[in-house]
Write a protein that binds this ligand. Sequence first.
Ligand code: S3P
Length: 430
Amino acid sequence: MKLVTNKQNLQGTIVVPADKSISHRSIMFGAMAKGKTTIHNFLRGEDCLSTLEAFKALGVPIEDDGAVIQVHGQGLEALKSVDSPIDVGNSGTTIRLMMGILAGTPFTTVLTGDASLNKRPMARVMDPINQMNGQISGFQHTQFPPITIQGSPHLKPMTYEMPVASAQVKSAILFAALQAEGETVIVEKESSRNHTEEMIRQFGGSITVEEKTIRVKGPQSLTGQTVIVPGDISSAAFFLVAALICKDSQIQLTNVGINPTRTGILDIIKEMGGLLELSEIDEQNQSATITAQASELKSCTIGGAIIPRLIDELPIIALLATQANGRTIIKDAQELKVKETNRIDAVANELTKMGACIEATEDGLLINGPTPLHGANVTSYGDHRIGMMLQIAALLVEEGEVKLDQAEAVSVSYPDFFTDLMTLLPGGAV
Ligand code: S3P
């Protein structure tokens, strides 16, 4: 696909698509709970639709009138076995969280995915859940999908110190802990997104969190709720950065989720001198309008505890750094290597092709800026966030074309990304 290039003066308002993490969990909690769960603003991206279809396959009545989704939960005990493998496509959140949910069922389920998902590490979930008496195994004694979850109705609690900062791993253990008899204690390496903890409370469950220690006593039953999904700050990030790096631009993003475990990018933008303004802050729904405008940027160092708070935004932050004065260091981000693609290599390779001064390291990236970008043939590697980052990069290209291979990957989290971009362009067209 030929990308939009050489644009300045981006203006307008984007209603950011719904949060992917919360959308997945809204279906999962709805399926585990008893009673009706009504979901407003569910993200109709491919990943979340994989979760929806998986729970339908497991016998959960889910109605979708195109606007609102209703999950008629009857508790975990009502899930039904499925004969054939459930294909969850590209979605790491679906497969990993479902391992925790299905660990305690009285039947066996096989979960599989696309070529990228089937190469992603699953031992990080399998090992702790198997310590709880789970019986989960990978394909031919590996840790990779297809994953077989032989339900084991006698899950036992455990104390687990997490070796990686991962909300997916934490959430899978929490889902298993809700089914185990006794108290499970999880100690996080660094605090990661806390949507699962918040939704356990929202659905009537009990959980205590003290700094990095989380305690859940099982078994617990949950009750259906109404969920209003806020916009995804990880999707907003692309247009925030577009506004900051394209001359004379100002973009307003409405209904952006601002859960503090997700807002690392806002802290970094401010540290780099980016001009941001939050308004219409809704404390209860943890959402706000964010306005960003073209800014003079300086480099910074990004590492440590902030990494899980901006892990999915690092590709677009790397692009931001190519336009900042000085050397930006991204470190402690080795988790990027096991995302939808190796995002350290993907970002370094593709932005280098476009003329950026960027180098991959063992745990991050080194970026010297500012550098002008030029045309190139690039690829998303089938990774939605790499694809969207490259389109924002292309806006800076004054000469030459940028052709993006595997552009369709953006549908995983932001199906309307390219059409939303069009509305911001001067004259509203290419
Ligand atoms: C997610 C957690 C993160 C993130 C992913 C969504 C979640 O993954 O990268 O896009 O919804 O829990 P890790 O848990 O692997 O860090």
